[in-house]
Ligand binder design. Structure first.
Ligand code: C5P
Length: 227
């Protein structure tokens, strides 16, 4: 049974992680959420004074980089890995609106991308991984055997993120979430290094009106074609 790399890229909040996790479980592959890594660096920068009043001090972030120790540890309860920074589980702390508002600026820093991309390539070197992000099919694994580009209507994506944060008890407004979704799309697509774009050989999945079960059915066909 040949193991492959499955690259899942696309816009924010379109259910990439849910989909990627389901695929990984189905195939017995390792799931790697690369957005969590950019969020972890952002959280660290916030906690160490490299971001003040929402302003990212790029040089300060670069100075912190060598000290940031990120790793993933499998959590059997979730059936997925949790992300740790310096040995602390930060899974909950990286999903706040504060981190979401600064993460695109942090992820546009060249040195940040170089460090995280190298880690991601190392984690996928034995194949058998499902990696979700923005530049996996274009930059991290241009040779991935299966590339999926996910999208959904902005209003659908904002609603999903809103429901998720509300369920956790976060006092956010739908408008604020929609603005964050739209501004991250724009920042991610227009940045200089590894902008978000569909790889030429990626297949598009628009899940605006699809259930997870329907997405899995779609995936089975694509997977059979890829191996
Ligand atoms: O996937 P998620 O929304 O958690 O990603 C957070 C942010 O991290 C994105 O908006 C993007 O700026 C950045 N990111 C990236 N490259 C990746 C994954 C995420 O630039 N491979």
């Amino acid at each position: 049974n040949k193991k492959i790399v499955i690259a899942i890229d696309g816009f924010s909040s379109c259910g990439k992680s849910t989909f990627a996790k389901a695929i990984a479980r189905r195939l017995g592959y390792i799931f790697i959420d690369t957005g969590a890594m950019y969020r972890a660096v952002t959280l660290y920068a916030l906690e160490h004074g490299a971001i003040r009043s929402g302003m990212v001090d790029e040089e300060a972030v670069v100075r912190l980089l060598p000290d940031i120790c990120i790793d993933f540890r499998f959590n059997p309860e979730r059936g997925a890995s949790d992300i740790y920074v310096d040995g602390d589980r930060v899974e909950g702390k990286i999903r706040t609106i504060e981190v979401s508002n600064c993460v695109s600026a942090v992820s546009s820093i060249c040195e940040v991308r170089a460090k995280l991309v190298a880690m991601q390539q190392q984690m996928g070197r034995r194949r058998g991984v499902v990696m979700d992000g923005r530049d996996i099919g274009t930059t991290v694994f241009p040779d991935a055997e299966l590339k999926i580009f996910m999208t959904a209507r902005p209003s659908v994506r904002a609603r999903r993120r809103y429901d998720e944060l509300r369920a956790k008890g976060d006092e956010v407004s739908y408008e604020e979430i929609l603005q964050n979704v739209l501004s991250r799309d724009k920042a991610d697509m227009t940045r200089a290094i590894s902008p978000l774009r569909k790889a030429d050989d990626a297949v598009v999945l628009d899940n605006s009106c699809m259930t997870v079960a329907e997405q899995m059915e779609w995936f089975e066909k694509e997977f059979r074609r890829a191996i």
